[in-house]
Design a protein around this ligand. Structure first.
Ligand SMILES: Cc1ncc(COP(=O)(O)O)c(C=O)c1O
Length: 284
């Protein structure tokens, strides 16, 4: 079955989908994006992703004329046409096509691109069962990491560093040596006393939609949460560690920079939170 994309209001075969070469998303990364996880045919955490999308658009002052309702209808139709039961939906919105000039164009219509991808769920589940390793690297990103822009050069370099080290993810470090977040995920540890620790949301990390869901589930499970920065050493000494994102849900982390965390296997809190998230997704 051919993949289908959605570009500027039309469904089109993925391989034929295109945008103009003067699109500001391509020329300047003058664009934002969102990613929805799909589980059992359901888009997960939709309200949170829509809220963040419109916030990102607002921060870049991109006047996107599509309503939340219309957007959800298009995304659901894209999911249906691609027959995605488990996978991801990506949406990019750029400021549009205009002659190249750094300042905002006087007139431009935002470009919208949406694509869908199938993910073999058994592979993701097997990875979560085994846990993954992370390595650290300096966080060299800009000062507005709270905006989900497509300007991901630093994240790409960081992820590539992880791959070259044989790790699944990178945890980036601020100038003081504290973990900010992963290249495409939020970072967590379970410290002694079963205290969940994750960095507070400011302009130096992305407010993960999965992160917010996990905070709610942690509350329901009666876990104590501390929103504060932590160091790689604290992670090495922690009982457990994990990362969260729309694409990986809750992914247990079993080593950092080669040092084993806990007993080197996914911990019970991480597993409980992953199960809690999946349950939430299925009941959404
Ligand atoms: C830098 C960064 N941090 C955190 C996340 C996790 O966000 P979410 O849970 O909304 O997927 C992502 C997701 O892509 C990301 O790119």
């Amino acid at each position: 079955m051919p993949r289908i994309a959605y570009v500027d209001g039309a469904f089109t075969p993925h391989r034929d989908a295109c945008v103009g070469i003067e699109d500001r998303g391509l020329q300047f990364a003058d664009s934002v994006y969102e990613v929805w996880g799909v589980r059992n045919g359901r888009l997960m955490d939709s309200p949170g992703h829509l809220d963040r999308l419109f916030r990102s658009l607002g921060e870049l002052r991109i006047a996107f004329p599509v309503t939340r309702e219309a957007l959800m209808i298009a995304l659901e139709e894209l999911r249906r046409r691609n027959r995605i039961r488990n996978g991801l939906l990506y949406l990019q919105v750029t400021r549009g096509v205009a002659p190249r000039d750094h300042g905002f164009p006087a007139q431009a219509t935002p470009t919208m691109i949406a694509t869908a991808k199938h993910i073999p769920q058994h592979k993701a589940d097997a990875r979560a069962k085994a846990g993954v390793s992370v390595v650290t690297a300096p966080d060299i990103r800009w000062g507005r990491c709270d905006i989900k822009t497509t300007g991901l050069t630093a994240n790409i370099l960081a992820k590539q560093h992880a791959r070259e080290q044989g790790a699944f993810e990178v945890w980036m470090l601020d100038a003081d040596g504290y973990v900010t977040e992963g290249s495409s995920s939020n970072a967590w540890i379970v410290a002694s006393g079963d205290v969940l620790v994750t960095r507070p949301v400011t302009d130096n990390i992305l407010a993960g939609v999965t992160r917010a869901a996990i905070l709610r589930i942690a509350g329901e499970l009666g876990l104590t949460v501390e929103e504060r920065a932590f160091t790689p050493q604290e992670a090495m000494d922690a009982k457990e560690a994990f990362m969260t994102s729309a694409s990986s849900f809750v992914m247990p982390v079993i080593s950092i920079d080669g040092a084993q965390i806990g007993d080197g296997r996914p911990g019970e809190t991480s597993v409980a939170l992953r199960q809690g998230y999946e349950k939430l997704a299925l009941n959404a």
